[in-house]
Ligand binder design. Structure first.
Ligand code: BGC
Length: 382
């Protein structure tokens, strides 16, 4: 599979959907090429584009900055569309203050303790941006990079190829990492993410997507009434810096038991030390299925008020469920509403946090000649 930079196909906009079809009330169905429009400019003049895609009953907009899902619209049980992902309506806010809204995360999703690890006997120090630790690839992670985007249509699928090359030493990580992410919208309206990467030096990789979901619509208030099911009997407790202790603790008899669907709010204020430390849920669940060759079901999220559902499948071994604990009312979404604690949740498929420092966790090491490949599928319903 070729992972080199590609040129965005000129004239794609002319051939595809109109903005009105994607953003308006028309019932979008698939097969047409994604449409590109200017979203804004970075301070240095770099143009940031928004790509509009629609298939089945799903419509989404993706930015060339961070591969960000800027909006994702799906219908409720009455056919009413809402944007169910938090974000901004301008590039300046994404650059200045986004807590990874909708972004691609790399090179390493979640935390690495003190930003340190050893590979082949050599010590590495990566960028530290979260107290004493490194979070989501460091201060200038993949969420803050400009990606080359190429649209495609393949049979009844539509989608985007996103390319980014991270140079040797970027944020302290060894090796030039060539990354290709494919966003596909299927004719059923499923959003599939395929991640691929190669390196020229031994390195660590853990890529994910950081959409903040609120199935009642962004800006509509708390997700505590959403029901969540996670197919995991264990999770990884953390220290006060949210670094796993190494224990794979049983969820049974704790607030972390989501094996049967339950409202997120039911136990979120339980006096459990792990919930107190993280100010809610912000943990990695150890998925019962383990690493699988093909994506397998791991979680279902349902908003009883609208009927909208999200089902997720992945071949990854872990899922970070983050209940939006650090949203504090200082950010305003595209609908003009501020985002407060618990107004959205993230479900980030991943290898476990701080794996480079835990020999007992599945490895995140990528060597020259190997290709990193993972897939996550989001299926929407109502
Ligand atoms: C982490 C949180 C962090 C958030 C960033 C999540 O993936 O688990 O601890 O605060 O990303 O907004």
């Amino acid at each position: 599979m070729e992972l080199s930079r590609r040129t965005v196909i000129a004239g794609a906009a002319a051939a595809g959907l109109t903005a009105a079809t994607v953003g308006g009330t028309a019932h979008a169905t698939g097969g047409r090429k994604p449409v590109k429009s200017l979203f804004g400019k970075l301070a240095d003049g770099t143009k940031i584009y928004s790509w509009a895609l629609a298939n089945g009953r799903t419509r989404m907009k993706v930015l060339s900055y961070g591969g960000i899902v800027q909006s994702l619209e799906i219908p409720d049980r009455h056919g009413r569309y809402k944007n169910v992902s938090l974000g901004f309506d301008n590039i300046e806010d994404y650059v200045a203050s986004s807590p990874y809204f909708g972004a691609l995360i790399g090179r390493y999703g979640n935390r690495i303790g003190k930003g340190q690890f050893t590979l082949d006997g050599k010590k590495y120090q990566v960028n530290v941006n979260d107290g004493a630790n490194s979070l989501h690839g460091g201060a200038q992670g993949f969420d803050k990079r400009v990606w080359d985007i190429e649209p495609f249509t393949k049979g009844s699928d539509v989608g985007l190829y996103l390319y980014y090359t991270s140079v040797d030493g970027e944020m302290g990580y060894p090796g030039t990492l060539k990354v290709k992410v494919t966003y596909t919208l299927t004719k059923q309206g499923d959003w599939r993410i395929d991640y691929e990467a190669t390196t020229d030096k031994t390195t660590v990789v853990n890529l994910t997507s950081h959409v903040y979901w609120n199935l009642a619509g962004e800006g509509s208030g708390t997700i505590e009434d959403h029901e969540l099911q996670i197919a995991a009997s264990r999770y990884t407790p953390t220290d006060s810096g949210l670094i796993p202790t190494g224990e794979l603790a049983k969820v049974s008899g704790t607030p972390f038991d989501f094996r049967k669907a339950k409202p997120i709010g039911r136990d979120i204020r339980a006096a459990h030390p792990q919930l107190i430390t993280a100010k809610g849920f912000d943990h990695n669940w150890v998925l019962d299925k383990g690493i699988t060759a093909q994506p397998a079901h791991i979680a279902t999220l349902r908003d009883p008020s609208s009927g909208r559902t999200l089902r997720m499948a992945t071949n990854e071994p872990g899922l970070q469920f983050y209940s939006g604990n650090f949203l504090d009312g200082t950010l305003t979404g595209p609908g003009g509403r501020t985002y407060r604690q618990g107004d959205a949740l993230c479900l980030e498929t991943q290898h476990f946090p701080d794996s480079p420092n835990h020999a007992s966790f599945p490895t995140t090491v990528l060597k020259p000649g190997q290709t990193y490949r993972t897939t996550t599928v989001h299926s929407f319903g109502c």
